[in-house]
Design a protein around this ligand. Structure first.
Ligand SMILES: [Zn+2]
Length: 580
């Protein structure tokens, strides 16, 4: 019966040329052998599964080969090579420092060092995970490393270079192994699949490469798993379901919806993503990377930076053609901001949803600013967008972009009823419930003090908590950059509906209360408009401080400190620190 071998072992490279993705490095090693210029100690560093141990073995075999090829590879025929292949070589020793890290283990090794090789010129010691050696073992080893017998070569391997003592580093020739690029992994997996008779789709392999994060060993073991789960047919769908990775397809779809300004569909798709068990934070991070990829596609020179399959690249390039560069910048920025505040947010889902709303309105903003007609940072109603609110699109359609920025000679405006229609809501936004949070205080005051006669009809929707929280989040998202500290504080406030027309916000102290009051002239009109209630009023209360009770918990101390010094909170968030 044939023994089942995992692909990572079955397809372990046996020559330098079959090592994937480490070309520069293997060339140097081959040259060292060909020119017979060998160092006494080598240190192979790099992430797990990128070929350090494999290269160490190939190198060790080649070092001891009695007749290496002119290219620097082992012949595979001589006595030394045969002994190595059959695992009975007395000249090549391997020690896994992860499990043999005591002084005794090292003493045993040092004893071996003293015995000259029987076959081949050198004794080669491969020490894997060398950073795991205990301090005393390290010290014992250091002596040998300082004065090794001339016929001994050490190959040390580690995933954690920073844990290696400088005294050791300085005695080694250091080789840094890079993560293997997705494209190299895909190509290698395709080769393996061909030999194993497994049907694969390139995008399915791309998912595996993505998940393996540059490690070939991981990629191969995921590949094995997928083959057994899917019965040897690796389609994008099957791998996506089994691996539970959020593939590029989702990001492409979401971006399509954003481009089409289908806010509601964005929400539904996000819901679907959450229901599949994905984390909202990962998703928004993925969106940011996706926009970055689209940005790269904008330029033929940067498109080569995309380590993606051919098909994905084509899809990205097509989508990028529909995205203005400005919009992509803004989108990356929005996602980034959302990503940063996600961890500390109390309502994480809402945080992402607000970001999606803003994203789906970006295009429109871009359209309008090209025409110079609309103020930026206006949140438009999400639902029923196509009804009376879809003015900016008409602006684009009716006036040519070349003439639209100059608003002066427009007698034609009176002629079309559409145009006058467009003016009416514009006036309305200025008088009273202007949603732009950047309105100057004087302007807003003047506006509210206008005689109330032209107001057509007052809105009076009863308040509800969900819409209130949603609107609150939007305000926070819209706060100008210079007020970021206040925005942070507002994020911690939980506005409550007190009665049908009144909301209540509890703050921690009088200082915050004053600050919030100074923002009222911007917040109030926004909430009135957003919640459809012109009678809405805001009450601000200072909480009864229960300092003594809170003081003994870490959260309590943190809260007190951040209240006293709001920049500390920013600091904690910027550096993604956590309460321990
Ligand atoms: Zn040989």
């Amino acid at each position: 019966m044939e023994e089942f071998l995992v692909s990572a072992r079955k397809y372990r490279p046996l020559t330098f040329d079959t090592v994937v993705g480490q070309k520069a490095l293997t060339t140097t090693l081959k040259n060292a052998i060909a020119s017979k210029k060998l160092a006494h100690a080598y240190l192979f560093c790099g992430p797990r599964g990128v070929g350090k141990t494999t290269c160490a073995r190939i190198f060790a075999k080649a070092i001891n080969c009695l007749s290496p090829t002119s290219g620097g590879d082992a012949c595979g025929q001589c006595e030394s090579c045969k002994a190595f292949d059959e695992g009975r070589s007395m000249s090549i020793h391997e020690l896994d420092a992860a499990s043999n890290n005591s002084v005794e283990d090292i003493r045993e090794l040092i004893k071996q060092v003293q015995i000259p090789p029987q076959v081949g010129r050198y004794k080669v010691f491969i020490i894997d995970e060398v950073h795991m050696l205990s301090a005393s073992a390290f010290n014992a080893f250091l002596k040998t490393l300082e004065e090794p017998p001339s016929n001994v070569i050490f190959i040390l391997a580690t995933t954690e270079k920073h844990k290696i003592l400088p005294t050791i580093l300085s005695r080694c020739q250091v080789f840094d192994f890079a993560r293997i690029t997705p494209r190299d992994i895909i190509a290698h997996l395709q080769g393996v699949a061909g030999r194993e008779g497994v049907e694969t789709q390139e995008e399915a392999l791309e998912l595996i490469a993505e998940k393996a994060d540059g490690g070939m060993r991981d990629a191969l073991s995921i590949f094995d798993q997928m083959v057994s789960f899917t019965g040897g047919k690796l389609s994008y769908e099957s791998v996506c379901n089994n691996l539970n990775v959020l593939g590029t397809a989702y990001y492409l779809r979401m971006t399509d919806l954003i481009l089409e300004k289908k806010t509601t569909d964005c929400m539904l798709l996000f819901n679907e993503i959450l229901q599949k068990g994905f984390d909202g934070g990962n998703f928004i991070g993925g969106m940011a990377s996706h926009f970055r990829d689209l940005l790269l596609c904008k330029d033929e020179r940067t498109i080569t930076l995309l380590e993606r399959s051919e098909q994905t690249r084509t899809q990205l390039r097509q989508q990028a053609q529909r995205c203005p560069v400005k919009m992509l910048y803004k989108a990356i920025q929005l996602c980034n901001e959302c990503d940063q505040s996600y961890r500390t947010s109390r309502n994480k889902r809402l945080q992402v949803e607000v970001c999606l709303i803003l994203l789906s309105q970006l295009q429109e903003e871009g359209d309008a600013s090209a025409g110079g007609l609309r103020p930026s940072h206006v949140i438009k109603p999400i639902f029923g967008q196509q009804a009376p609110g879809a003015q900016p699109v008409q602006v684009q359609a009716t006036t040519t972009p070349a003439t639209s920025p100059s608003p002066t000679p427009q007698p034609a405006a009176q002629q079309s009823p559409q145009q006058t229609d467009r003016k009416a809501p514009k006036l309305k936004t200025i008088s009273g419930f202007g949603p732009s949070l950047r309105l100057q205080p004087e302007k807003a005051d003047k506006a509210t003090s206008l005689p109330k006669s032209p107001v057509p009809k007052q809105m009076h929707t009863p308040l509800d908590t969900d819409s209130l929280r949603m609107a609150w989040m939007e305000i926070i998202q819209k706060m100008p950059r210079e007020e970021v500290a206040m925005a942070q504080r507002m994020r911690d406030m939980q506005p409550q509906v007190k009665n049908a027309d009144c909301i209540c916000i509890t703050v921690n102290n009088n200082q915050v209360k004053q600050e919030l009051q100074s923002l009222q002239h911007r917040i109030l009109p926004f909430l009135q408009k957003r919640l459809g209630n012109d009678f809405l009023s805001i009450e601000i209360e200072v909480a009864d401080t229960q300092v003594t009770q809170q003081f003994y918990t870490k959260e309590g101390i943190y809260k007190l400190m951040t209240e006293a010094n709001p920049t500390m909170k920013l600091f904690v968030e910027q550096f993604k620190l956590e309460l321990d």
